[in-house]
Each structure stands twice: as structure tokens, then as C-alpha cells.
Design a protein. Structure first.
Length: 117
């Protein structure tokens, strides 16, 4: 079992930056990749960035491409999502998701990001 805790969300103005953190604990040895998803009210939860645990290969979705990076600290079992030039449409609850090698997934409780115009 993997436990996840997100932090770093908040209320910011358009153009500001935020760094979200996802701390993993428990059975972290089986982690294959970690993804950040977001869900705005009335919409589906969507993947915005991911990173492979073993080699650090990253993928940034179109919504955040060019203004965000995802990184990991394997020693601390933390994955970061650095978001810059935030826009009001980035407002959502951001969730961390871990996928194990066998496909099993775990979710964090989410952290709210609100961007005012």
C-alpha cells in the first residue's frame, strides 16, 4: 500500500508560480510512475504531468506545457510539480497518483489551486 500527501496549493494571482509536492510513504519500492491530475468543478479528472520513478522520464500535458516541470527526489520519495505563469483556467483540485508496476493505483487527497485574474 502507498500513502500520498499533497501540499503546496493555494490562492494566487494570474502570472504567479506554485510548487506542488507529493510525498509518498509505505510500499514505495514498487512505484512505476507518478502523475499529477487536476479536476475543475463539473469536469473530468485529467492527467497534466507524469514522471517515471526509475529514470525520471517526464511528460507534460498540453495544458501546462512550456510553463511547468515535474521532478522527483527519490531519496525523500517526493514528486514536485512546478507551475509558472499560472492562469485562471488552471484553477482546480490537483491530485497526485502513483501507479505500481502491476498497475495498481493510489490517489492522494488533493490540493486546491485557485488562480485569480
Amino acid at each position: 500500500h502507498v500513502l500520498l500527501g499533497e501540499s503546496g496549493g493555494g490562492l494566487v494571482q494570474a502570472g504567479d508560480s506554485l510548487r506542488l509536492s507529493c510525498a509518498a510513504s509505505g510500499r514505495t519500492a514498487n512505484i512505476h510512475d507518478v502523475g499529477w491530475f487536476r479536476q475543475a468543478p463539473g469536469t473530468e479528472r485529467k492527467l497534466v504531468a507524469s514522471i517515471t520513478w526509475s529514470d525520471g522520464t517526464t511528460t507534460i500535458g498540453d495544458a501546462l506545457k512550456g510553463r511547468s516541470t515535474i521532478s522527483r527526489d527519490n531519496a525523500k520519495n517526493i514528486v514536485y510539480l512546478q507551475m509558472n505563469s499560472l492562469k485562471p483556467e488552471d484553477t482546480a483540485v490537483y491530485y497526485c497518483n502513483v501507479r505500481e508496476a502491476d498497475g495498481k493505483r493510489y490517489w492522494g487527497q488533493g490540493t486546491q489551486v485557485t488562480v485569480s485574474s
